[in-house]
Design a protein around this ligand. Sequence first.
Ligand code: NAD
Length: 488
Amino acid sequence: MIHGEIHLHVRQYINGRWETSATTGVSANPSDTSEVVAEYARADRRQAEAAIRAATEAFPHWSHSTPQRRADVLDRIGAELLARKDELGLLLAREEGKTLPEAVAEVARAGQIFKFFAGEAIRGGAGGGGGENVASVRAGVQVDVTREPVGVVGLITPWNSPFVIPAWKIAPALAHGNSVVFKPAELVPACGWVLAEIISRAALPAGAFNLVMGSGREVGQALVDSALVDALSFTGSVANGERILQTAAARRAKVQLETGGKNALVVLADADLDRAVDCAVQGAYFSAGQRCTASSRLIVEAAVHDAFVAKLRQRLKGLKIGHALERGIDIGPVADEERLAQNLAWVGIAREEGAEHVWGGEALERATRGHYMSPALFLAKPSHRIAREEVFGPLACVLRADDYDEALALCNDTPFGLCAGICTNSLKHAMHFRRHAVVGMTMVNLPTAGVDFHVPFGGRKGSGYGPREQGRHAAEFYTTVKTGYMLA
Ligand code: NAD
């Protein structure tokens, strides 16, 4: 049981053992920076390499384990996450700053992901009966197409969803028989550690799962560089993703990237405006806008533009911003001082470029010292930087469109392609949008953020690379296909 007030001392998990490191770091509560959440061991390259070797040695054993064994391991992890969701949600809210209800929901979803992949291990993972038996074009020859695990996978994750993003990488990796080296973001070591602690008690062979906490430049890069790491799944910024892709592809590792977004929510004149405002508030500002699926461009048809902006402004005025653990809070702090400074700099850039300020964008003081800011709204032009670049904070802009066609063109006028939403009562426009928005996920009359755990997640263009995450499609990344011929 992890109590709210206690600060944790967290260590690496390498080859089935807990290890300290030569240096340590601390994570602080973004709602109250005087509170240390965890002191954590910071691994160096040598420890990362030891974890990779342990995973390499464990691979033959784990990859030949029975589907039942893998299912039991994953089911146990999922059950514990679900049973402890309130307690672990408290830790997540303290370390990352999302509100307690958001944090509890995230832990529950992580639990559901492990449970889903427990089923996948049985249903059709590598060696789990997911193959095909195909008639040969030659007489007397039988053909089998089977899936096998890829090998050692390096999993590198960001700070904004420290339970659910690791879960949707670790669970399919293990379900399909791969061994894992997991590197969480440095802002959220306690969340990474607690997940590893639960996994460490789930009867995996030593080395099949390893945790290494430390810097991206040293520990993350060690995973990217190592010839022993067969596949890398990375979620984070575009710039880091691109660097990782270049290095890893040069040594022919399999790579999956989930990177930024500049997601649009289109609001048509025939939409239920209250519903559209709800979608905008939830999608753009909840979790302090620190979601890759956040709606940062609100593209509104001219006929309802002013009414929509007025209603949204009214809603923003009423939102409660405060300590993530305080009851009734809508938005917690942003993750750290650097992100707060970046968000405020974006507000300055928007003003300088001539975007019209509608609401917010100021640093706020609360009873505790934290990284608080009011949600910001601007009216922008498509050429403004706030309409083009990812902000990753509670800042959105409204773009005016003359009609549906212009709204769709604006929606697709971006280097990103993660998700896009539309609020409309027109079946014709909803269907057209679903087909023509150049993204990985579409939403009709729903916020752009908020997805199910059993279906593919991911984007196109600058938002993603490689196969999708989550659901049955995860097998495309975590397995490799083998074709077997036999003369009967
Ligand atoms: P980041 O790129 O700074 O870091 C992500 C991870 O990569 C961290 O664990 C970091 O330590 C590691 N890293 C950094 N440099 C590395 C290197 N050279 N080699 C290997 N690993 C390295 O991103 P962040 O600030 O933690 O997260 C915010 C970003 O993540 C945003 O751009 C956001 O859009 C993106 N994101 C995307 C999704 C998605 O699914 N599309 C989901 C959440 C967040």
